[in-house]
Design a protein around this ligand. Structure first.
Ligand SMILES: [Mg+2]
Length: 178
């Protein structure tokens, strides 16, 4: 992939918690000079010490957060030095309130914050996040949304949308009702 796109685009790698810390260190040392933007969840999400070990041993930034349940999980990760970047999931971190607490933690520790999925509401929240980093985007829900999130040149367009940014296309939703 790096050869194909050179340095024109960011490449992120996601192991989805599949490695042990020693295996992660072994594999990621091989990738360390590829200029990856981040490596996501190389080991179990709640193995903060394991992630900290990997973070110490490799140069590529570690990215974690999509499986943290509430800001207290994030606090433990910060205290362990588990992750260079963080990407909470707005649903798991505790909705808007949980997100804003996570954003405050990220600001206090100068940690770049991205989101995990839910790009519509996450775009709104990222606008209020002092250390906002990447917006993770997926269009999986577009078919049931009244106004899917618009993108221009890789950037989400907020266009004065207020609230959660999510309104259902009720007709489309009906098709999926039993
Ligand atoms: Mg992920």
């Amino acid at each position: 992939m790096r050869k194909a796109i050179r340095s024109e685009m960011a490449i992120m790698v996601d192991y989805n918690q599949s490695l042990t810390p020693p295996e992660a260190v072994r594999r990621l040392r091989v990738l360390d000079d590829e200029g990856l933007t981040w490596v996501e969840e190389p080991v179990l999400a709640h193995d903060y010490q394991g992630h900290a070990l990997v973070a110490r041993e490799i140069k590529t930034p570690i990215q974690c957060g999509e499986n943290w349940w509430g800001p207290h999980d994030m606090k433990q990760a910060i205290e362990a030095g588990a992750s260079d970047y963080m990407m909470p999931d707005v649903m798991k971190i505790g909705g808007v309130t949980g997100w804003m607490r996570a954003a405050s933690l990220a600001e206090a520790y100068s940690i770049p914050l991205s989101n995990h999925l839910w790009p519509e509401i996450s775009t709104q929240l990222m606008c209020a996040t002092p250390t906002a980093h990447f917006l993770e985007y997926a269009n999986w829900w577009n078919s049931v949304l009244a106004e899917p999130l618009e993108l221009e040149q890789g950037m989400a367009i907020v266009k004065g949308i207020t609230g959660s940014g999510v309104a259902w296309n009720e007709k489309a939703v009906e098709r999926f009702l039993a």
